[in-house]
Design a binder for this molecule. Structure first.
Ligand SMILES: [Zn+2]
Length: 653
C-alpha cells in the first residue's frame, strides 16, 4: 500500500534526525475510514517498518472518546489501555498512549514530534504571544495537561472549538511543555508545514547555541570511579561523561545551573528523573566530599538515585543502569539544556510545576513496577567494564566476543586502529544494553595507557576488570635471536604488564575505597603454558611469561589489602585459530613443509601429533579462556594464581 510506504518514509525521515526525535519520543500514523496504523510502543521511528505499527479498528476506538472512565488516574489509565488493546487488530502490538489523539485529527497522516526548536518555544515564558506573532491568530495551542487520557480529552475539545470558530480542520497542534502534532492528507504537505515552522522558529532565535568541543578535565579519573562506586551499593551502575561548549556554559556557573534544575517535559522526567546534582568544587578531593554530601541529601529527599550529575570542568555525567541508558540520558538532558538556552529568545524558560512533575513521577513508578515484574535477563558480568589489551583481533577479540554475551562493557585497547574500529562495530552489533569502544593504545608507553584510563572512565565510569592480553612472539634459538628481538618481546610481554598494572591499580584502589566491602576488582594477565614450562628455541617468549607469573604473585600481595585480585591464565595452543590452522601459512602447514614432525605426510598427521600431547586431546579456545576469566572474577578466595587451561598438557606441582 503506497500510503503505508509514505508513512514509513516520513517516520524514518524525522526519526533519524536528533533535532526532531530524541530517545524514541514522538510517533506517526496513517488512517482511512475504517482503520488507523499508529507507531507501536517499543519500535523506533528511525528504523521503523510495517511491523512497527499497530493497526486499530476506528469504530472500536470510539469507545475511548465516548466512555465515562474512573476518576482515579491510575485506574483510569488502566481502563483506557484495555480499551485501546480491545480496538487493536494486530494483537501483541501495543499502540502508543497518544493513539486517540492521532485518531481525533481528521487528516490521513499525522506526525507528532518533540523537536528541540519547537520545545524552545513550547517551554518558554511567552509561548502564546510569540506563537501568535510568528504563526498568526489561527494557531491551536494546548496548555500543559497531564499526558494520557486527560491530554487526549483536552486536545479533542480544542479541536472541536477550532472547527466551530474557523470552519476547518487544524493542521498544527502546539502542546505546551511537550511538542507538536502536524497533520495533512499527504506526507509532502506535512514536510512543507514542518519546514516552514522550523525556518520561522530558527529565524526568531536571537542567541544561537554555544558551539564547539570542550575537553573533559584530566582529573576525571580521580573523581568518577569513586562516584560510580558510591552509587553502586545495590546494582553496579554505568557512568558516562559528555562535555562541549553548551554543557560547559551550564556547568561553569551556579546561576546558569538554576535554569536547568527543573524539567521542561515529561520525556525529561522519564529518562533523567526530576532532581539533579550539581557539583561546583575544584579539586578532586573537594569534588568527592561535595558528592558525598549531595548524594546523602539526595537520598533523603528522593526514593531514586540521581541520573544526572553536572560537574564543573568535567561535564555532564549520566548515571545509567547500563551503557545504552547512559547515551539516552545524555541526549535527553542535553536537549533540556538546549531548550533552556534557546527559550531565552522567547522570554526565558518555563519549567513544569511540582504537581505536573509528581504526576509523571507516579506514572513512572507504575511503569517501573511493571518492568521489574517482567524480569530482565542478565549475564554473568552484566554492566561490568573490561579493558582488554590487544583485543582488535585473534585471541583477545575472541575473549571480547564471549564477554559481550555475558553483558560486559568492553574497551578494545589496541595499536591497530583500522582493525580495532571494525571489530568494535561488529561487537556492538551483537551487544544489547552493553557497549564496546575502541581506544588506540601502545601498551609499552605510560602516557598512552593514561589516555586509555581517561577514555575508559569517560565512557563507563570505572574499570572492573583489566585483561592484559597484548603479546608478541619472536621465536629463535641462541644462535639466531638478536638482542633487539629479545628486548622487543620482553618489553611487550613483560614490562608492559607492569606499566598496565601501575596505571590501572591507581583507579581500582579509588573504586574499592568507595565501594561496599563485597566489591572486588580484577587484573588478569593472559599468560601461556610457556609461562609454566620452558619452550625450545622460544626463550624470549617463555622467559617473559615466567616473569609475568612473578609479577602476578607480587602484585597480588601488594593489592590484596585493596580488594584487587591479580591472577594469570595460562592457555595452551589455540589450534583452531588462524596462527595454527590457516590453510596457507598456518603453523600446521609450515611444520609439515619443514618436516618438523617425523613421519607426518599430511596436515592432519601434524595436527594429530600436537593433539596427542594433551591428555584431553584438545587445544584451547577463547571460550575456554573466558570461562577461566569468569571463574576468577566470581571467586573471592584466591589471588596470585596461575590457572592452566591446557587440556592437562601442563599440570601444576
Ligand atoms: Zn508526545
Amino acid at each position: 500500500m503506497q500510503e503505508i510506504k509514505d508513512l514509513i518514509a516520513v517516520s524514518r525521515y524525522y526519526g533519524q534526525d536528533n533535532r526532531y526525535v530524541i530517545a524514541g519520543g514522538g510517533n506517526t500514523s496513517y488512517k482511512n475510514s475504517e482503520k488507523i496504523w499508529v507507531k507501536a510502543s517499543g519500535s523506533a521511528l528511525a528504523t521503523i517498518d510495517v511491523e512497527g505499527f499497530a493497526i486499530l479498528d476506528r469504530e472500536k476506538l470510539k469507545a475511548v472518546s465516548e466512555k465515562e472512565y474512573s476518576n482515579d488516574s491510575s485506574e483510569r489509565e488502566e481502563q483506557v489501555k484495555n480499551d485501546l488493546a480491545a480496538a487493536t487488530l494486530t494483537k501483541g502490538k501495543r499502540p502508543s498512549v497518544e493513539t486517540s489523539m492521532h485518531n481525533s485529527i481528521d487528516y490521513a497522516f499525522v506526525v507528532h514530534l518533540h523537536p528541540t526548536i519547537v520545545n524552545a518555544l513550547m517551554c518558554a515564558q511567552h509561548t502564546e504571544i510569540e506563537l501568535k506573532k510568528l504563526f498568526g491568530e489561527k494557531t491551536l495551542y494546548v496548555e500543559y495537561t497531564d499526558p494520557g487520557y486527560l491530554l487526549f480529552k483536552k486536545v479533542e475539545s480544542k479541536i472541536k472549538a477550532y472547527r466551530a470558530s474557523f470552519n476547518e480542520e487544524p493542521k498544527v497542534i502546539w502542546l505546551q511543555n511537550h511538542g507538536i502534532f502536524v497533520a495533512a492528507d499527504s506526507v509532502d504537505e506535512i514536510k512543507e508545514i514542518y519546514t516552514d515552522i522550523f525556518s520561522k522558529l530558527e529565524a526568531a532565535i536571537t542567541d544561537p547555541l554555544p558551539d564547539g568541543d570542550v575537553e573533559v578535565s584530566s582529573n576525571v579519573v580521580e573523581v568518577l570511579p569513586a562516584i560510580k562506586m558510591m552509587l553502586s551499593t545495590e546494582d553496579l551502575k554505568t557512568l558516562k561523561v559528555r562535555n562541549n561548549a553548551l554543557i560547559n556554559h551550564f556547568s561553569e556557573s551556579e546561576e546558569n545551573q538554576k535554569l536547568i534544575a527543573v524539567p521542561f517535559t515529561p520525556d525529561a522526567i522519564v529518562y533523567c528523573k526530576s532532581n539533579y546534582i550539581f557539583l561546583n568544587s575544584e579539586s578532586p578531593e573537594a569534588i568527592l566530599e561535595e558528592a558525598k554530601e549531595q548524594n546523602a541529601l539526595f537520598a533523603e529527599k528522593n526514593e531514586y538515585l540521581p541520573k544526572i550529575i553536572l560537574i564543573k570542568n568535567i561535564g555532564l555525567v549520566a548515571v545509567g543502569d547500563n551503557a545504552k541508558q547512559c547515551d539516552t540520558i545524555l541526549d535527553v538532558y542535553e536537549d533540556a539544556m538546549k531548550i533552556a538556552y534557546l527559550s531565552q529568545s522567547f522570554g526565558g524558560a518555563h519549567p513544569m510545576t511540582q504537581e505536573q512533575i509528581d504526576f509523571i513521577d507516579n506514572w513512572e513508578v507504575e511503569n517501573y513496577r511493571r518492568s521489574v515484574a517482567k524480569g530482565e535477563v542478565s549475564g554473568r558480568v552484566q554492566n561490568k567494564t573490561f579493558v582488554i589489551t590487544g583485543a582488535a583481533q585473534g585471541f583477545g577479540e575472541g575473549i571480547a566476543r564471549c564477554l559481550i554475551e555475558e553483558g560486559a562493557n568492553i574497551v578494545v585497547a589496541d595499536l591497530n586502529e583500522d582493525i580495532g574500529r571494525t571489530t568494535v562495530d561488529e561487537l556492538n552489533s551483537i551487544a544489547t544494553n552493553n557497549r564496546v569502544v575502541f581506544v588506540k593504545t601502545a601498551v609499552s608507553k605510560i602516557p598512552s595507557l593514561e589516555q586509555l584510563m581517561h577514555d575508559t572512565v569517560c565512557n563507563f565510569g570505572a574499570i572492573d576488570c583489566f585483561i592484559s592480553n597484548a603479546g608478541v612472539l619472536r621465536a629463535g634459538d641462541l644462535e639466531h635471536l638478536s638482542p633487539e628481538d629479545f628486548n622487543f618481546v620482553t618489553t611487550i610481554n613483560y614490562n608492559a604488564y607492569f606499566y598496565c598494572t601501575k596505571v590501572v591499580s591507581r583507579i581500582m584502589k579509588l573504586q574499592t575505597k568507595f565501594a561496599s566491602n563485597n566489591y572486588f576488582a580484577d587484573i588478569i594477565q593472559i599468560n601461556s603454558k610457556s609461562g609454566l614450562r620452558g619452550s625450545k628455541a622460544n626463550f624470549a617468549y617463555a622467559g617473559g611469561k615466567f616473569g609475568g607469573i612473578g609479577l602476578t604473585q607480587s602484585f597480588a600481595l601488594e593489592l590484596a589489602p585493596f580488594r584487587i585480585k591479580v591472577n594469570s591464565i595460562c592457555p595452551g595452543n589455540y589450534y583452531d585459530g588462524p596462527l595454527w590452522s590457516n590453510p596457507e601459512n598456518g603453523l600446521f602447514v609450515q611444520y609439515l613443509k619443514a618436516g618438523k614432525v617425523p613421519g607426518a605426510k599430511t596436515v592432519e598427521d601434524v595436527k594429530e601429533f600436537y593433539l596427542a600431547q594433551s591428555p584431553m586431546r584438545k587445544g584451547c579456545s577463547p571460550e575456554d579462556v573466558t570461562k577461566a576469566i569468569l571463574y576468577l572474577i566470581d571467586q573471592t578466595g584466591e589471588t596470585g594464581q596461575a590457572l592452566p587451561i591446557t587440556g592437562g598438557q601442563v599440570m601444576l606441582n
